[in-house]
Design a protein around this ligand. Structure first.
Ligand code: ADP
Ligand code: MG
Length: 151
C-alpha cells in the first residue's frame, strides 16, 4: 500500500502542511484523522481551515459531533469520539457527499459508515513536540493528491 510520511517538530509546521493540503481539496473529499488525544488532529484541522480561508476559530466539536464552517469550500468537522460505537445511521453520508470537505477525528469509530475512498492521516506523538504524520490514500483521487502534496 502506498503511504507517505512527514515529520513535524512544532504545531505550526503541522498546521502549515495541512494548509498546503487544503489548497488542493475538492468538494466531497473525506479526510479521516487518527491518533491519540493530543496527537494533533484538531491542530491539523485548524491548519486545513486556514488553508480554506475560514475566518472563524475551529475548536474540537467533541460535544456537538459536527461543526460546519464557511470558507473557500465548506468544512465539515466531525469528532466522533463520543459517538463511540453507535451503529445507528447518524446521517453522515449527507456530509460525505456534500459540497464541502469532511474531516473526521477518531474516524475508525465509524468505520462502517465511512466512504471506501478517503485519505486517512495517522498522527503519532513522538518525543516532545515531534509528530509523525502518515498519509494513507484509498482510491486514485487520494493517491494523486498525496503525490502532489509530497512532490
Ligand atoms: P487532538 O485533536 O489529536 O487531541 P490537538 O490538536 O487538540 O490534538 O492537540 C495537540 C497538542 O499538541 C496541541 O496543544 C499542540 O499545540 C501540541 N503540539 C505540539 N507539537 C505539535 C506538532 N508537531 N503538531 C501538532 N500539534 C503539536
Ligand atoms: Mg481533537
Amino acid at each position: 500500500m502506498n503511504q507517505f510520511e512527514r515529520i513535524t517538530t512544532n504545531s505550526e509546521e503541522t498546521s502549515q502542511f495541512a494548509a498546503k493540503l487544503a489548497g488542493r481539496l475538492q468538494p466531497g473529499d473525506v479526510l479521516a484523522l487518527e491518533g491519540d488525544l493530543g496527537a494533533g488532529k484538531t491542530t491539523f484541522t485548524k491548519g486545513l481551515a486556514k488553508g480554506l480561508e475560514i475566518k472563524r476559530t475551529v475548536n474540537s466539536p467533541t460535544f456537538t459531533i459536527i461543526k460546519e464552517y464557511k470558507g473557500k469550500l465548506p468544512l465539515y468537522h466531525m469528532d466522533v469520539y463520543r459517538v463511540g460505537d453507535a451503529f445507528e445511521d447518524l446521517g453522515f453520508d449527507e456530509y460525505f457527499e456534500g459540497e464541502g470537505v469532511t474531516v473526521v477525528e477518531w474516524a475508525h469509530l465509524i468505520e462502517e459508515q465511512l466512504p471506501l475512498e478517503r485519505l486517512t492521516i495517522f498522527l503519532y506523538r513522538e518525543e516532545g513536540d515531534t509528530r509523525r504524520m502518515v498519509f494513507v490514500p484509498q482510491g486514485k483521487r487520494y493517491e494523486q493528491l498525496c503525490k502532489e502534496i509530497f512532490s
